[in-house]
Design a protein around this ligand. Structure first.
Ligand SMILES: *Cc1c(COP(=O)(O)O)cnc(C)c1O
Length: 389
């Protein structure tokens, strides 16, 4: 994209919607592991898990190969099995619901709140049946959902809560960090998320029992803990596969990057909040844009900054706005196509209009670029391009 600034032709760089920030010290941390004895699941994974658990305020953390594996492991540990219904939001990445299908469970979609875009506890209540086993709420964009209300429902119906906190590293609910509040919480370290390990994920929990299950699930269902053997040990080499697990291990190479990134997490978070504040301030007078609403007693971690386009006021479609922004070099995105609109889910029997609030949000939403390495010139360009429409 080129622009003419008073005779000077400037080539604007593409601004993605999200991106990692890797420094020399991150690179050095990885190089050190490469020169060490352990490349996979060794001391650095352990260090990353301990530091991560401490950072989010959970007793235990289990590192896995990606956020989707974290959701799968959590669904297994929750005991989700064939025919169990699990309630989640349609306004999320497909992985939040796919993990239920991995366990042969049934995803049940509850509609979202029109202001926060988070799963609506009243809608959860409407979807509860005798088969309901768990709830997987998503802290959409990084704004914590109604955890107290969701816990109340879980207590009443004896349900497990797995928070999909892929957007919410560092976010706070009533002053408390996301990660130690429910049975389990999962995180992703994909490069667009708050910190990255290339690919990577984490499950946090306060339960020793769930922790042990997760560790075992990550590595084929095998245990080397002799206190738990089903059969008699044959000797010190002995180990047992007790259920069908997977190889979902994280490498020490990834964990080294994770530890190094985690040290910077607060700075990353601060910059995300700064960018959100600038957008809030500078876009508030554009009458065809609806800004993100923030509930009280929540501190969003601002993984995404989503605006809604009022097509009538603007007299342009969301699609036209999206294409124009892309043409201007802004890597805007749409989060998300409602999960059950995907052909795979349609084939399973889900129909349109299941969650009308979520659908209305989807058709108006555009995610603006937001990531810590964005500089003031990038932010300014986003604002100028939007204002020029
Ligand atoms: C990114 C993401 C995941 C999956 O994480 P991966 O590491 O990409 O597997 C799950 N849920 C949500 C809401 C996400 O944004």
């Amino acid at each position: 994209m080129t622009v003419n600034l008073g005779g000077i032709i400037v080539t604007n760089r593409f601004i993605p919607y999200g991106k990692q920030w890797i420094d020399e010290d991150d690179i050095q941390a990885v190089v050190e592991v490469l020169k060490s004895d352990y490349l996979t699941t060794g001391p650095t994974v352990k260090e990353f898990e301990e530091k991560f658990a401490e950072y989010v305020g959970a007793k235990y953390a289990v590192a896995v190969s990606n956020g989707t594996a974290a959701l799968h492991a959590a669904s297994f540990a929750a005991g989700i099995k064939e025919g169990d219904e699990v309630i989640t939001t349609p306004l999320t990445f497909a992985a939040s619901a796919n993990c239920i299908l991995y366990q042969n469970g049934v995803p049940v979609f509850a509609d979202v709140d029109p202001d926060t875009y988070n799963i609506n506890p009243e809608e959860i209540r409407k979807k509860i049946t005798s088969k309901t086993k768990a709830i997987i709420p998503v802290h959409f964009t990084g704004q914590p959902c109604d955890i107290d209300e969701i816990h109340q429902i879980a207590r009443e119906y004896n349900l497990i809560v797995i928070e999909d906190a892929a957007h919410a590293l560092g976010a706070r609910y009533r002053g408390k960090k996301i990660g130690g509040l429910s049975d389990m919480s999962i995180f992703s370290f994909h490069p667009v998320k708050h910190i990255t390990t290339g690919e990577g994920g984490m499950i946090t929990t306060n339960s020793k029992e769930l922790y042990n299950k997760l560790i075992q699930f990550r590595s084929h269902g095998i245990t080397k803990n002799e206190d738990n053997y089903i059969n008699e040990s044959h000797g010190s080499w002995y180990h047992e596969q007790q259920f069908l697990g997977y190889n979902y291990r994280m490498t020490d190479i990834q964990a080294a990057l994770g530890v190094s990134q985690l040290n910077k997490s607060d700075n990353f978070l601060e910059r995300r909040r700064e960018i959100a504040q600038i957008y809030n301030q500078e876009l508030k007078d554009i009458e065809w844009i609806k800004l993100p609403y923030q509930e009280s007693e929540r501190e969003s971690s601002w993984h995404l900054y989503i605006v809604q386009i009022d097509e009538k006021k603007l007299d342009k479609s969301r699609r036209e706005v999206f294409d124009y922004l892309r043409k201007e070099g802004l890597g805007v995105q749409i989060h998300y196509i409602p999960v059950y609109w995907h052909p795979y889910y349609e084939k399973l029997g889900y129909n349109k209009k299941l969650c009308e609030v979520a659908e209305r949000i989807y058709i108006k939403a555009i995610s603006l670029p937001i990531y810590p390495k964005m500089d003031d010139i990038d932010i300014d360009r986003v604002i100028k391009v939007l204002s020029s429409i």
